[in-house]
Design a protein around this ligand. Structure first.
Ligand code: ATP
Length: 293
């Protein structure tokens, strides 16, 4: 759990908020309230943002190393602090500093991870003793990926992100993430998914069995994201990166979340590193990381 790694120093909490990748992503249904129910296998990777939270008397302030990131209630981490204080019924404040390493709007749950870190940090700073379940319930109000980010590791995530079932941890391996410079609107991907039948769905149970066997090749062979049916058509570069990852020796490759990040799974560090070096000629956002449990 994310809280396990938070360091408290006086009135300051220091947290790493990790990126996630989707091993699978299936969209099941559209509810009457407009939210889509999903079924996805998520995995934490070692790429992280640094989130510092200082306990203050009143008001919430936020700063980051990225000029274009909102610093007001449009920032999910700011919203998390507001919601925390309101749910805890506390008069107080927080000074939040975020050092972003995870690319923004990439399908890697960067913002959700920051929000999760703020909830866990404030729970510790304010001695509120919310349980993991209670923190996840608060997190679910902020976004579908927040409860998972609070837990971290390898999980089956269902419903609108609030139903979390632990599954066997993914074996340690190298993950090469490449984010092409595209802006993909998650809402428009969902709209297009609603308008055509989904042909290629993940076999989630088979992938969970591969996790149970510690079978990295089996996991890599089962990677599947239904959102690719929309994004690969619109942005052929996504399919191109997948192909190149495979020809560079990845055991499997797929888009994460609603994209545009694509990742490949490697057992062999040398192959992964060579592939990373060749992608780095073309793209700014290339990260060679490891699975994190
Ligand atoms: P997910 O995989 O959960 O859909 P994502 O990785 O695609 O998320 P984020 O990096 O969370 O996307 O950013 C999505 C949007 O949220 C961006 O437009 C960004 O401006 C906004 N945002 C708000 N707060 C944050 C934050 N703390 N870090 C990054 N983006 C944030």
């Amino acid at each position: 759990m994310l809280s396990d790694e938070i360091v408290i120093n006086g009135g300051r909490a220091m947290a790493r908020s990790y990126a996630k990748i989707n091993l699978t992503l299936d969209v099941l249904d559209k509810r009457a309230d407009g939210y889509h129910t999903v079924k996805m296998l998520m995995q934490t990777v070692s790429l992280f943002d640094l989130v510092l939270v200082d306990k203050t008397q009143r008001s919430i302030t936020l700063s980051s190393n990225l000029k274009y990131l909102p610093t007001n209630e449009k920032n999910l981490a700011y919203k998390a602090a507001e919601l925390f204080l309101s749910r805890a019924g506390i008069q107080g404040g927080a000074r939040i500093m975020i050092h972003k390493n995870i690319p923004v709007a990439a399908g890697l749950a960067g913002g959700s991870g920051n929000a999760a870190a703020v909830l866990c940090a404030m729970n510790m700073l304010y001695n509120t003793n919310f349980s993991a379940r209670e923190l996840c319930d608060i997190g679910a109000e902020l976004g579908a990926d927040v409860p998972y980010c609070i837990m971290g590791g390898t999980y089956l995530v269902e419903g609108v992100g609030e139903i979390l079932t632990p599954v066997p941890a993914m074996p340690s391996c190298f993950i090469l993430i490449v984010k092409p410079p595209l802006n993909i609107s998650t809402a428009s991907v969902y709209e297009q998914i609603d308008s055509a039948p989904i042909i290629n769905r993940p076999n989630t149970d088979a992938l969970i069995s591969a996790l149970g066997r510690g079978d990295t090749a089996g996991i890599a062979g089962g990677l599947c994201n239904v959102m690719e049916s929309v994004t690969v058509k619109q942005h052929p570069v996504i399919g191109g990166i997948k192909k190149k990852l495979i020809s560079n020796g990845a055991l499997g490759a797929v888009m994460s979340g609603s994209g545009p990040s694509v990742f490949g799974i490697f057992n062999d560090f040398e192959k992964a590193k060579q592939s990373a070096d060749s992608f780095a000629y073309q793209y700014k956002d290339v990260f060679l990381v490891k699975t994190k449990n």
